[in-house]
Unconditional design. Sequence first.
Length: 399
Amino acid sequence: MRLPLIRMGSGFVALALFAGAPPAMAVEADVLSPSTADAMAQGASPQAIAEYRRKLKEYQEARAAFEEEAGAYWSSISEKRKGRNAKRRERQAIALDDYVLTQPPVYSGPKQPVSPEPEEEKPPRERKPIPVVADFLKAAAEQFQFTPQRPAAEVDFKRAYARYALAAGLTREQAVRVYSFETGGNGNYDMQSGLNPSKPGSRAISTAIGYNQLLTTNSVELLAEQGHELIKELTARAATLSGASRKAMDHKLAVLKKMVAFTRTVPDTWSEHEKLANTPQGWAVHAMVLDIDVGPMLQTHKLLTSVIFARAKGYNRPLSAAELEMMNLTGDGTGLDMVTMPQAMRERVPTSNFFQRGGYERNPVAIRHNTVAKLLAVTDERMDFNSGKPGAKELAAAF
């Protein structure tokens, strides 16, 4: 079961970075003037404290009024979403009135004032480390006694992906343009979101790996839901091999069966799969995205499940790459909501209809490109730009 609301995936992160942001400003403690330092040491005057409390009261009143307005707006977003879901279950047509057509309120009141009195310093919040490829490989070895078979060269993985994707029903345009959006047009099969070999000190920002940026939860979910197809494919390949190659494939097949069984120990929901994904066994499952045989199948099924979902819902027109990317990023149900919308509605429906409040407020791309039409257009724009890069051209040639 796919994540139902939009995620801040690598593609959207790339868009946000492309748009640019003003640099943060900081003041070093050791450059404060002596008079400023003395004033801080002596504490705030009664007048300064009174002024601070007056400004604080103004801020709190303005913020409370805004929160009341924003709360009502996001409640209406939720209610409209429930109404659309109910209509779909009854196979009723979705109309413009089934969406909130105004943009979210934006706070424009006074800023929160800074207290003139010294405050107790709080220790920085400890950030939970994000596992990286080395962690996934280590988990695979420890949990399943398995090491993924890595490609001898990047082009080998691209060719394996192209072969399987075409046979499964994806088009070259879909695969190449989604790859261009998700990886920036130059990503390798083991590319992890946030990590850049050319930028020392870069850090992973998620567990997303590869051409279509699978998260650990994606890998767990795909094995749970599509594992039988992967096992069938590997079994057929094993039948054509002999000697050491057959032995290695048989071991890989045995490991894959164990992994599939592990992923099916919980109900088929994103939240349950996410719990498994955050365990050593879940990390081991994610290592399969690096395998030359299994990895291309996982990358393909990440997109293919969306195509199949759309067909099952009666949407038989071929999905454009940008439409497929919306389903890839947002989850099938939410993505199809946008995809099936006529162009006239796309021009009017705000992107906020497809978010929870917190997700929307953390996503500058959706805020800036604030209608469905604008969001699809900027996605196409980035696909156009990145499709001319060497990695995208190499993938296109593999097809």
